[in-house]
Write a protein that binds this ligand. Structure first.
Ligand code: MG
Length: 314
């Protein structure tokens, strides 16, 4: 693990998020005619260029919490501070929050046990835990497969407790872990499917749930045409769109813009794609202009360094 990978992951999430913020909810047809190529200002959420949203803010809350060790109550406290005080907000304010996340953080505020705070129903399978989960890989990397699953399950369940959202987070972090270990992305893609399949079957997870992820667990998603890739806020769609955008491109900006330009949940597709792309290509693979213009650039840089130093001590 290198500091370039850690900083790349954090900047990667924030920049992908910020690229998508002004275009959130736009259709694919609209994006084809008006593709995002750079930071834009205002539009849908009326924010200045380079403003990241809940995806990156909650990612930073998790990253900062991990700097002091693995503690669900500390994570919960930071999520609550984000919602109530704009802690880790791009400009100290919350302008976007998903319904499931809102309900869960309200429960955390009331002192509900963190791993039981999220919704557990099938209809609560939005991408709200996937969008903030990436820094957890810097902690789980030292655990075995089953322990990694247990940790990911708990951290997802703070907002999203259904098995479908847990599988998405688990796959994403297994893929990220293999990239972190220096594997080529195609090699990582094959190995991630193997590891995830193995664990889910060991845990006797419902086959119907596993089958929803067949495009990445049992097929080559790289060969899919864009028409087969959906980009809604549904967690399965976001994971597949992000893996597809990353695996079918050659660098950070191509991957992230490809995800954003799918339309609909553009900021989260950008954040989830940008996170693994930033980790893989490293912070030096992210355009300087975007690193300079992203909100709280110095804070992100410093957080990456702290997270790296914390991990390398172990
Ligand atoms: Mg968002």
């Amino acid at each position: 693990m290198t500091v370039e990978q850690v900083k790349g992951a954090l900047y990667g999430v924030a920049i992908g998020d910020a690229l998508g913020v002004p275009a959130e909810f736009k259709t694919r047809e609209f994006m084809e005619e008006n593709p995002v190529t750079d930071f834009e200002g205002f539009k849908i959420h009326n924010q200045p260029p380079g403003t990241f949203s809940d995806d990156a803010s909650l990612t930073f809350c998790l990253a900062e919490s991990l700097c002091t060790g693995y503690d669900l109550l500390d994570m919960a406290d930071r999520f609550v501070r984000w919602q109530t005080k704009g802690y880790w907000g791009a400009h100290g304010k919350v302008f976007d929050i998903g319904n499931t996340t809102y309900r869960a953080i309200s429960r955390l505020k009331r002192g509900v046990q963190p791993e039981l705070a999220g919704d557990f129903e099938e209809e609560n399978n939005g991408n709200g835990s996937l969008m903030r989960i990436l820094p957890l890989v810097f902690y789980t990397k030292d655990l075995d497969l089953e322990a990694r699953y247990d940790v990911v399950k708990d951290v997802s369940s703070m907002t999203h407790g259904h098995i479908r959202a847990v599988i998405a987070c688990f796959y994403y972090l297994e893929f990220a872990l293999l990239l972190l270990s220096g594997k080529d992305k195609f090699e990582a893609y094959e190995k991630a499917a193997k590891n995830v399949n193995q664990l889910l079957r060991k845990k006797a997870v419902n086959e119907k749930e596993i089958a929803l992820y067949d495009p990445i667990l049992a097929d080559d998603i790289n060969s899919y045409p864009p028409q087969r890739i959906r980009s809604s806020g549904y967690v399965v769609d976001t994971l597949l769109a992000s893996v597809w955008s990353f695996i079918s491109t050659e660098n950070y900006s191509e991957a992230t813009l490809k995800a954003v330009n799918l339309g609909y949940d553009t900021d989260t597709a950008g954040a989830v794609t940008g996170g693994i792309a930033g980790l893989y290509y490293g912070v030096n693979g992210i355009p300087e202009k975007w690193k300079r213009e992203i909100a709280r650039s110095e804070d992100i840089d410093e957080l990456g360094l702290r997270l790296f130093n914390m991990r390398s001590l172990q």
